[in-house]
Design a protein. Structure first.
Length: 228
């Protein structure tokens, strides 16, 4: 467990999860916090994580007596309580910031999760039925998930073209849109079986090169999406 002086926030950090975006946010804002890390058991949260939140989902933070779950709620809470005017979008990027802050987990992540589920499902089908299960799941991925992902990749690419080398809402600093989009963009850049636009890799490299992200990575520990 890593600790900072005058800590009030604890980040309950499930390995290789969206909690990394919360560490990056806290580091950018230079907010003291500690990390309580949990290792996965069969890809899921261990039983003790359910003592923190009944759904066993990461990320979760505790701030004093308050427990906050869901990335979007945590980011909004931290920004409202601790940002003090930092990391705000320019006026011209206000709507883009709002949209991509919600889009990340509302539209994009469900597609990536469904692809993961359909990819892993055949491994849990009885051996005699596995060829059929694999064919069905591959068909769903190709006909339903991948088509939607292509559309979403196009949308993100167009947004990045609006601010080449910069942030999703424009401006000189990351905003809530970038903190929320970090994880799915890391997944695209490091794990996509098909090529994604170079702008995706450039965007993630911009984040990974920031001192705050490097500190977050050090405090969180091993992270599967740290390497492109």
């Amino acid at each position: 467990m890593s600790q900072s002086k005058n800590t009030t926030i604890t980040v309950h950090y499930l390995a290789d999860s969206r909690a990394q975006r919360i560490l990056w946010l806290l580091e950018e804002l230079e907010i003291p916090y500690e990390v309580k890390r949990y290792e996965r058991v069969n890809m899921l949260a261990p039983p003790e994580f359910y003592n923190v939140h009944p759904l066993g989902k990461s990320p979760v933070i505790t701030d004093g007596d308050l427990t906050v779950a869901e990335s979007g709620a945590i980011v909004e809470y931290v920004m409202a309580k601790y940002a003090k005017g930092k990391l705000q979008p320019p006026e011209s990027g206000w709507m883009d910031n709002m949209y991509f802050s919600h889009y990340a987990d509302g539209t994009l992540m469900p597609l990536l999760v469904w692809k993961l589920i359909l990819t892993k499902t055949p491994d849990h089908v009885p051996l005699v039925a596995r060829p059929i299960g694999t064919k069905v799941c591959d068909g769903l991925i190709a006909q339903v998930v991948d088509n939607r992902l292509v559309e979403n990749i196009g949308l993100i690419e167009e947004q990045l073209k609006k601010h080449p080398g910069g942030w999703l809402a424009g401006g000189s600093e990351p905003t809530t849109a970038d903190f929320m989009m970090l994880f799915p963009m890391e997944v695209f850049s490091s794990r996509s079986p098909k090529p994604v636009p170079e702008s995706f890799h450039a965007y993630v490299r911009t984040i990974h090169d920031r001192p705050a992200y490097k500190r977050a990575l050090e405090k969180g520990g091993s992270y599967a999406y740290a390497e492109l």
